[in-house]
Design a protein around this ligand. Sequence first.
Ligand code: NAP
Length: 294
Amino acid sequence: MPTIIDGKKTSQDIKNEIAARVAEIKTEEGKVPHLAAILVGNDGASQTYVGAKVKACHEIGFESTLVRMEDTVSEEELLAKVEEINENPDIDGLIVQLPLPKHISVEKVTDKIKPEKDVDGFTPANVGRMALNWPAYVAATPYGIVELLKRYQIETSGKHCVVIGRSHIVGSPMSILMARNGYPGNATVTLTHSRTQNLKEIAQTADILIVALGKPEFVTADMVKPGAVVIDVGIHRVEDSSKKSGFRLIGDVKFDEVAEKASAITPVPGGVGPMTIASLLYNTLLAAERKVYG
Ligand code: NAP
């Protein structure tokens, strides 16, 4: 049986550690970390994600502010709101929930966020700092994966790491982090995408396979080297009449058959997913303690 990398338990451990630190900060400074989230419009998934983030803040003792704006809001008004929060000394971290309505430029809004408060790690300043291996807010999903590798003491040095998918929020930063000089890192990285030829043969040579392409159960056992560590980032809802909810969640990896070959694997649900909120909270703690920008 492979090691099942338990993201649910690990994220709870991290939240407990942050909560303990928050209690100390409160005593020392009389103030707790404060995260602001801007939510534009009424998209159901976005409301759920933001709601979960706000709830997690309360659970661990952070202050939070949720700013809701109509989906008819102008780009100018949204930029002005970002600027207002940038300048508010009571707020340590700011996230703008994506996606935004089509008439608003994600690039302009992201670029407006003060890098010191960019706890999603999406601004060019933080992506650049991460690439330079400087202190940075690393985006939540890649940061969550790094933390899982660390806490499960997965050896990465000298290993061949194949990343499937090159999105700005997952695959691309993951490839940079795995190649950097440090731990986890020092891997030889192959970053693959939809134009990659012979993906199956490349995947078969991976000691560590990080899968983030957004295709349900794409990675099958014949693509995996025996003993590989498999990290599944994908999340998909599929209908399942045997479940009360009428659906179940699956990943980009065909879990049952790949688990038989892997030495360690993240399940879906309960693997990478739960780590993302813990990462955001951790970045907000770093922001409150001025640990990244000094
Ligand atoms: P994305 O922006 O859609 O990017 C998908 C990437 O996969 C692209 O680089 C694409 O290549 C590549 N790709 C698509 N088909 C491919 C194929 N047949 N072979 C090789 N590469 C292929 O996706 P994302 O935002 O990174 O998300 C990926 C998955 O992770 C989704 O299921 C998403 O829901 C999930 N996700 C989960 C979490 C979490 O917290 N667990 C967080 C974020 C995302 P091109 O660049 O050539 O188009």
